[in-house]
Design a protein around this ligand. Structure first.
Ligand SMILES: [Zn+2]
Length: 406
């Protein structure tokens, strides 16, 4: 009986440890996944404006690539395109379920389908965002309407008319186009397949348990409208559309850019000096596994953990890079090789440490004068590799006999 109890206790402890461990791991790897579907592609061209030589599949692919580039600059964000214009999921450009499956398989936080609209009525212009009709969870219709409105607002700032966030249902009363409860499914296949929630074996995504992917389908403007075509006919225009989409997504998902800075860096060192640099990062997670680089290792060498060694006279830049290489920080450090004798505190080298020396430091700090390399070494009374007002204060303290040595 005792043995059984011990075993139970051991198993319970084991389970607790596993749970704690996996929680920590999940927190460390959790990030935002955004899947972008550039509408159409391959043999499926979408709409076109022959006068301007515009084809929808080319425009959506460009917008998609720009959008990916912008969003990937943010911390812990992974962006996946459903296709590159050449290769498609299941080798079928027309298989929208397979594209939605990319979002589903990657447990995307957001699925974004990019389109340019078209209609036979050339007087129609403006943007629409299509969202799901489902309200089971706030992240679906409610959340996507919020995001859709943000996108439309940004597009409107470019001059594109806001035609609103809308949902559209299938009109075909076939079971394939219905959700689990027999209600009409969302009309757009991207939305329907990402959300699904039926029993017809459609990849298991389900808006009832949250595994369905929140989706926006953006019709940026009308290809064949003479007013709207101005937003499409150059790469710079397409970049602006991507930026509008991105700004709204960044705001909605509260994406943040990481910031890192180097701490404890001197402005100057003497040959042979070493110093341990550190970093300050927000969020702190980005500072794990940073990479240190020197622009010139012959002048300053930097170790893999940020210890610098001054090797020769000159100037070098020390850089720390996060794993996400777009986040980095750089400082410039001068290595001084001075053979001249100097006394710390005696900046003007008149054999005395007095208020004149403090004045020289302050003049140098306020960029009124420059100092020679030897004077800089003499002025650095607290030996931190920087000349600032603290050094002047220390000279004054020495003069007033508050301190007796530097
Ligand atoms: Zn389209």
């Amino acid at each position: 009986m005792e043995r059984v109890r011990k075993m139970v206790v051991a198993i319970v402890l084991f389970v607790i440890i596993i749970c704690l461990f996996s929680r920590v791991k999940a927190a460390g790897t959790s990030g935002t996944v955004i899947v972008i579907n550039p509408g159409h592609g391959g043999s499926w061209t979408g709409c076109a404006n022959n006068e301007y030589g515009l084809v929808e599949k080319n425009l959506t692919l460009k917008i998609g690539k720009y959008l990916k580039e912008i969003l990937e600059d943010y911390y812990n964000v992974k962006v996946i395109l459903t296709h590159d214009g050449v290769t498609f999921p299941k080798n079928d450009a027309g298989d929208l379920a397979a594209r939605a499956m990319v979002a589903r398989n990657n447990k995307a936080d957001l699925y974004v389908s990019l389109h340019i609209n078209d209609t036979t009525d050339k007087s129609v212009n403006g943007a629409n965002v299509f969202v799901t009709s489902r309200t089971e969870l706030p992240k679906y219709k409610q959340g996507m309407t919020t995001l859709g409105n943000k996108i439309l607002k940004k597009l409107n700032e470019l001059g594109i008319k806001n035609n609103g966030v809308v949902y559209k249902l299938c009109q075909d009363h076939e079971p394939t186009y219905q959700y689990y409860d027999g209600s009409q499914a969302d009309y757009y296949a991207d939305i329907r397949h990402a959300m699904r929630g039926d029993t017809r074996g459609d990849y298991g995504a389900d808006f009832r348990d949250g595994s369905g992917i929140p989706t926006v389908l953006i019709e940026h403007c009308y290809m064949n409208n003479s007013h709207d075509v101005q937003f499409l006919d150059s790469d710079a225009d397409l970049k602006r559309l991507a930026q509008a989409d991105a700004t709204a997504i960044i705001d909605y998902l509260q994406l943040k850019k990481g910031v890192i800075s180097i701490q404890g860096n001197p402005d100057f060192m003497k040959i042979g000096d070493t110093k341990q640099l550190s970093t300050k990062a927000d969020p702190t997670g980005i500072a794990t596994n940073v990479k240190w680089e020197s622009s010139n290792s012959n002048i300053i060498e930097v170790s893999s953990n940020g210890k610098i060694t001054a090797k020769a006279a000159g100037t070098a830049k020390i850089k720390v890079l996060c794993q996400d290489k777009s986040v980095f920080s750089e400082v410039q450090i001068k290595v001084i090789n001075s053979q001249e004798k100097y006394t710390i505190g005696d900046v003007n080298n008149d054999g005395k440490v007095n208020t004149l020396d403090a004045v020289k430091v302050l003049q140098y700090v306020s960029k009124k004068i420059s100092l020679t390399d030897t004077q800089i070494l003499a002025a650095d009374t607290n030996k931190d590799g920087k000349i600032n007002t603290l050094d002047a204060v220390r000279i004054l303290q020495f003069v007033a006999k508050k301190i007796t040595a530097f």
